[in-house]
Design a protein around this ligand. Structure first.
Ligand code: SRM
Ligand code: SF4
Length: 514
């Protein structure tokens, strides 16, 4: 059934129609003066997210701020500003690197928010339009401009798309009422380092008339349905990426389905129209003829995790990938990363979708000293083969959707398994606290999705186990292979999977054999 404007709107459509989310930007100083307790419910719970400010029902009064870090790249000055923000809140202040190469800040007092926005503004940071029905942080190749094998440096394109959609970070009312969230990724390397296949819109390198990108559309995860993106049969030149992104977001904004929020992501519109009509409408909106896709794309490599020390394309320079277990940072950690970037590199820090950090532009002569820095004990360049790949969403500590605690559990389980087993290769284990799949269990070697299980008459925290996710070349989504495992019973099950399917060996046995 096709939707019409006269049919009943869902509650989010109503609240957006009553007042656009971006309008709270004008009101934030007054809100902060009066206190969050005095705010109207929809402003507090929903519209603040248009500014990247999230009320956390789990920690009322302690807010989360979600930034936009295009291509996952920050300067050390920006990192210090973010660190200063959370330092005020002592132990309650923390930050997380997210699965979209981004940063979220926690423990924030509401009354400080106008001042924090001023601080962001001074150093070119923005948190605008990072939540609710907006385009999320735009991901790009974490090695852009560093990798000798890259085909295209994605940094400028990603920044241009963000600037267009957010009006240079100030907020753009043209794109603040989408039917639902929208994810965009641009990759210029051969290893699909940003999971193109799980974005609503992705550009992957491909040659036709010179270098350009094939376009994928409709990838998404939700509690109801998960789909890998499909080829739109379009190839564009780099200089066309921004305008095509705009046209596709406009199509989604103007025609995306809005009645049922569970069926509002782009793929549902593609289903309703069919891919051919969708492509035709994109062409009309773009106002130019679309070229058909290049016959093959250039995603030829297995995905790299960037942990370790690697030479850059610039002779004598290196990038160092640090493992930040489950992405969690304290203010001190952030100051320290900023210091390392300044002392040893060029004052730049990058994030990956694996919730890790990269410090680029380190001269050969500075490498050895950098590797003796104490923080590298915490954020290792050569972590265990499970720790280097573990990923976790926020989970019950701060997220009210969560069915289980994730981050602490992910670290404890990883440590316990590494103690028991010797691995011969990294195994990517992703934890996610509920079916929303922010921790992307479907792309993992082993994905763990939080659920509640009944055991001996009790309700316990548990997981559904996913396997078969493949990233990089020929990426595909994993599926659920076992449901409802209580977390207290999980370790031996994971051990068994690692032994039988990933070539792990029991530590004692190996020791005895030697
Ligand atoms: Fe997510 C909602 C955290 C990446 C699918 N996600 C949420 C909220 C905002 C729910 C809430 O209000 O509490 C979570 C905030 C919790 C908190 O306090 O941190 C949340 N999502 C995250 C992050 C922080 C997970 C992480 O630890 O890294 C990631 C932030 C990314 C960013 O910087 O913008 C995050 N979320 C994702 C991804 C992964 C990705 O983009 O590659 C997905 C699956 C991909 C996708 O969207 O297609 C994802 N989040 C969702 C969904 C399900 C969307 C749907 O169509 O149904 C929700 C729920 C919703 O939007 O209604 C959700
Ligand atoms: Fe929260 Fe669920 Fe997303 Fe985890 S997957 S951050 S629990 S919404």
């Amino acid at each position: 059934m096709t939707e019409t404007g006269s049919e009943k709107l869902n509650k989010f459509e109503k609240l957006k129609a009553e007042k656009d989310g971006l309008l709270v930007k004008q009101e934030i100083s007054e809100f902060a003066r009066q206190g969050w307790e005095a705010m109207e419910e929809n402003d507090l719970n929903h519209r603040l997210k248009w500014l990247g400010v999230f009320f956390r029902p789990v920690t009322p009064g302690k807010f989360m701020m979600r930034m936009r870090i295009p291509n996952g790249i920050l300067t050390s000055t920006q990192m210090c500003v973010l660190a200063e923000v959370i330092r005020r809140y002592d132990r309650e202040g923390s930050a997380d690197i997210t699965t979209r190469q981004n940063i979220q800040l926690r423990g924030i007092d509401f009354s400080d928010i106008p001042d924090i926005f001023n601080k962001f503004h001074k150093v070119g940071l923005t948190s605008i339009q990072s939540g609710m029905d907006n385009v999320r942080n735009i991901t790009g190749d974490p090695l852009a401009g560093l990798d000798a094998n890259e085909l295209y440096d994605t940094r400028e394109l990603v920044q241009q798309i963000q600037d267009l959609l957010t009006n240079g970070g100030e907020g753009n009312p043209e794109f603040t009422n989408l039917p639902r969230k929208f994810n965009i990724a641009v990759t210029g390397g051969k290893d699909n380092s940003i999971h193109a296949e799980i974005n609503d819109l992705a550009f992957v390198p491909a040659f036709k008339e010179g270098f350009g990108f094939n376009v994928l559309v409709g990838g998404f995860f939700s509690g109801k349905r998960c789909e890998a993106a499909i080829p739109l049969n379009v190839w564009v030149k780099p200089e066309e990426v921004v305008s095509l992104s705009k046209a596709i977001v406009e199509i989604f904004r103007d025609h995306g389905l809005r009645l049922n929020r569970q069926k509002a992501r782009l793929m549902w519109l593609i289903d309703e129209w069919g891919l051919e009509k969708f492509r035709d409408e994109v062409e009309k909106q773009w106002g130019k003829s679309l070229q058909t896709a290049a016959p093959k794309d250039e995603i030829d490599w297995e995905k790299r995790d960037h942990i370790g020390v690697y030479p850059q394309k610039q002779l004598g320079l290196n990038y160092v990938g640090l493992n930040i277990p489950v992405g969690r940072l304290s203010a001190d950690d952030m100051f320290e990363l900023a210091r390392l970037a300044e002392v040893y590199g060029s004052g730049e820090i990058r994030f990956t979708v694996e919730q890790n950090a990269i410090i680029p532009n380190i001269h050969d002569s500075a490498l050895n000293t950098l590797l003796t820095e104490p923080i590298l004990k915490k954020f290792s360049v050569s972590p265990g083969l499970l720790m280097r790949s573990v990923i976790s969403c926020t989970g019950a500590q701060f997220c009210n959707f969560a069915l289980i605690e994730t981050k602490k559990r992910a670290i404890a389980m990883t440590e316990a398994l590494e103690e028991e087993l010797i691995l011969s290769k990294p195994v990517r284990i992703h934890w996610t606290g509920c079916p929303n799949s922010c921790g992307q269990p479907q792309v993992a070697d082993i994905g763990l999705m939080g659920t509640k299980v009944r055991k001996n008459g009790q309700t316990l925290e548990g997981v559904d186990i996913y396997m078969g996710g493949k990233v990089g070349k020929d990426a595909r989504l994993g599926t659920c292979i076992q449901k409802s495992v209580a977390c207290e019973d999980l370790q031996p099950i994971l051990k068994d999977i690692l032994l039988k399917q990933f070539g792990a060996k029991v530590r004692e046995q190996t020791a005895a054999q030697i």
